[in-house]
Design a protein around this ligand. Structure first.
Ligand SMILES: Cc1ncc(COP(=O)(O)O)c(C=O)c1O
Length: 447
């Protein structure tokens, strides 16, 4: 065992860089993603958790047995909690109530004390998560306030780890570094390092609609903040760790496109990342679309998808909040008036023959059935699309019987909701349904 780590904190960093292939179809620029969700605590924030605490210990700000306090959207908490678990510190975390329950449970599982504060209050409100964490730090004996918004060790962590790591992995062979902006630590620290070794690199930030950061970058005016759902990026304050002078451009993204891209990263690229990763990739594509010539863009994906199983990766939550991009955003009137218009070939056939299921052939070979009821749910949940080949919606739950067979042969099949296809010679000539049997029984009563 020559390659083991002394403890899990030594496993932070050296995250892989992967090229995107399918979600970038039609984009001339190449987009690469750095999977910082593969850090042991599941996010980029492991890097700052470790660095901030080590610096605090070095300066004597955190003493043995002390308590680490932080206002965190969850990920920094995990980074700090991991360090605290190894070295025996206590932790108290303050989270705004829009954060996912997975993040809150995760921190509690580390043994941390978690205090949840309201999201929709002004930053200087005594209930805000900035105010509560500051107050706790002032009143808890032997405590250290990590303060990722204003403690410059946050951006220094990225200057000393993320930046050099990216340069080493790529040998500087890219044109643009792009990431979401929350505290600003990632973009400022990584950006500062990259600019020191690659003078021509462009540093691009991604900000959600509703945040005050991009409007300020663009117009130098402070706008009113509005709420948005995406977690971890965008601000209603100007964090001390955000150095606008490092940033060359900023792109804005919406909740919906971020969440849809997060899901597409999983279904099209196999990348199980969090919502702000979807934002970052949407931002990279928007940026790429503005470019006059193709570039190589490196995007940092901050956290893992397993923190969002109750939200972005929950179909009901996506649907209930109007994030699924499908044709079900129509009114009932629109649905009814579409009845006479063009339709899918399979649906057209069902309508024409007034049946709810039809057999599907490849050449002369019967390969399955499609039915109204089984097509609806996957279409509704966007698991299949209207342009997919019909074979995707095939069911194999059917039996073939000859028209001369006895009815009792199909009784079990019908009771088990298996479709009964009636053949005459080689051809399927009918589908026998429950209603056919009921009709027969009603008209052939033995009295
Ligand atoms: C999920 C997620 N994405 C992105 C960021 C933004 O990183 P930074 O705070 O370094 O700007 C954060 C920060 O909290 C985050 O939690």
């Amino acid at each position: 065992m020559s390659t083991f780590k002394q403890n899990v904190c030594e496993a932070i960093g050296n995250t892989p860089i992967v090229k995107l292939n399918r979600v970038t179809a039609g984009i001339e620029s190449e987009i690469y993603v750095k999977l910082d969700y593969m850090n042991p605590g599941g996010s980029v924030k492991d890097r700052i958790g470790k660095y901030i605490v080590e610096k605090a210990i070095e300066r004597g700000d955190l003493k043995p047995g002390g308590t680490i306090i932080e206002g965190t959207s969850g990920n920094t908490g995990v980074g700090l909690a991991m360090y605290a678990a190894i070295y025996g510190y206590k932790t108290i975390f303050v989270l705004p109530d829009k954060q996912s329950i997975e993040k809150i449970n995760n921190l509690r599982a580390f043994g941390a004390k978690v205090i949840v504060t309201p999201t929709n209050v002004e930053p200087d409100d005594p209930r805000s998560y900035y105010s509560v964490s500051r107050r706790l730090a002032e009143t808890t004996p032997n405590s250290f306030y990590a303060n990722q918004y204003y403690n410059l060790d946050n951006q220094d962590a990225h200057f000393h780890s993320t930046g050099p790591e990216i340069f080493e992995q790529t040998e500087g062979n890219f044109d643009v570094f792009l990431c979401g902006v929350g505290t600003g630590g990632t973009i400022s620290g990584t950006g500062k390092y990259l600019k020191s070794v690659m003078p021509n690199v462009k540093i691009v930030g991604v900000d959600p609609v509703g945040s005050i950061l991009e409007p300020f970058f663009r117009t130098k005016k402070i706008v009113e903040a509005h709420s948005y759902v995406i977690e971890g990026i965008g601000e209603d304050i100007f964090p001390g760790n955000l150095d606008f002078s490092i940033i060359d451009d900023m792109v804005v993204v919406e909740d919906k496109e971020s969440f849809l891209m997060t899901r597409a990263l999983l279904t099209k690229e196999g990348l199980y990342a969090g919502g702000s990763s979807g934002s970052a990739v949407v931002g990279a594509i928007k940026y790429a679309q503005k470019l006059k010539e193709p570039k190589r863009i490196l995007v940092l994906l901050p956290d893992s998808g397993n923190r969002y199983t109750g939200k972005i990766y929950n179909d009901d939550w996506m649907r209930d909040n109007g994030y699924w991009d499908n044709s079900f955003n129509a009114t009932i009137r629109e649905v009814l008036s579409a009845l006479d218009k063009g339709s899918l070939p399979a649906v057209k056939l069902m309508k024409e023959y007034n049946v709810s299921q039809i057999p599907v052939y490849r050449g002369s070979k019967l390969i399955g059935m499609v039915s109204e009821s089984k097509l609806l749910r996957p279409l509704f949940e966007s698991q299949i699309s209207l342009n997919d080949n019909i074979t995707i919606g095939l069911e194999n739950n059917f039996i073939l019987v000859d028209s001369n067979d006895l009815l009792e042969k199909v009784a079990n099949a019908l009771l088990n909701k298996t479709t009964v296809l009636v053949t005459t010679g080689e051809d399927v000539t009918a589908i026998l349904t429950d209603i056919d049997i009921l009709n027969y029984m009603a008209t052939h009563r033995p009295f």
